[in-house]
Design a binder for this molecule. Structure first.
Ligand code: FEO
Length: 170
């Protein structure tokens, strides 16, 4: 059984993950408008992953006897100054999400809610990857600078990312 505080906080995370998906879809549209299809593909896959994250929280709340409350999802930005600027904001966003996950872990520890704590550990590990991935692209873009050829090399690399649907264990 979830406490009222934990249920509220997990519901807020459903919204945060849905917003993440919305944000990355908006970045997908931005990259498409620049004809950077590889960048757009990377963001499309990222948006799908965020939906998986949202549904993990959604299902967990229900499985623990809680009530999912869906709130309004904020509108994301639509334009960025450059591909680098978009990925810098993606990295900042992931750092913010990591902070939220860690706060949820803190609540689970305070409440001695071991089941929620175990559930959250998947996200603690996932956030290491989320930050590494977004920061990795930021670093590449900083290295290529304004060189058009470099940008297209990164575009080709990001085109290779594929979405893998999670299994029951993931
Ligand atoms: Fe759901 Fe990108 O963290």
């Amino acid at each position: 059984m979830l406490s009222g505080q934990m249920q509220k906080s997990l519901n807020e995370q459903v919204n945060a993950e849905l917003f993440s998906s919305y944000l990355y879809l908006s970045m997908n549209a931005y990259f498409k408008s620049l004809n950077l299809d590889g960048f757009a593909n990377w963001m499309y896959v990222q948006a799908q992953e965020e939906l998986v994250h949202a549904m993990k929280f959604y299902d967990f709340i229900a499985r623990r006897g809680g009530r999912v409350i869906l709130e309004k999802v904020e509108a994301p930005k639509k334009e960025w100054a450059s591909p680098l600027n978009a990925f810098e904001e993606a990295f900042e966003h992931e750092q913010m999400i990591t902070g939220r996950i860690h706060h949820l872990v803190d609540i689970s520890l305070q409440e001695r809610d071991h089941a929620t704590n175990t559930f959250l550990q998947w996200f603690v590990t996932e956030q290491v990857e989320e930050e590494e991935n977004t920061d990795g692209v930021v670093r590449k873009l900083k290295r290529v600078g304004n060189a058009e050829g470099g940008l297209f090399m990164v575009d080709i690399e990001l085109a290779k990312r594929v979405f893998t649907a999670p299994t029951a264990q993931q």
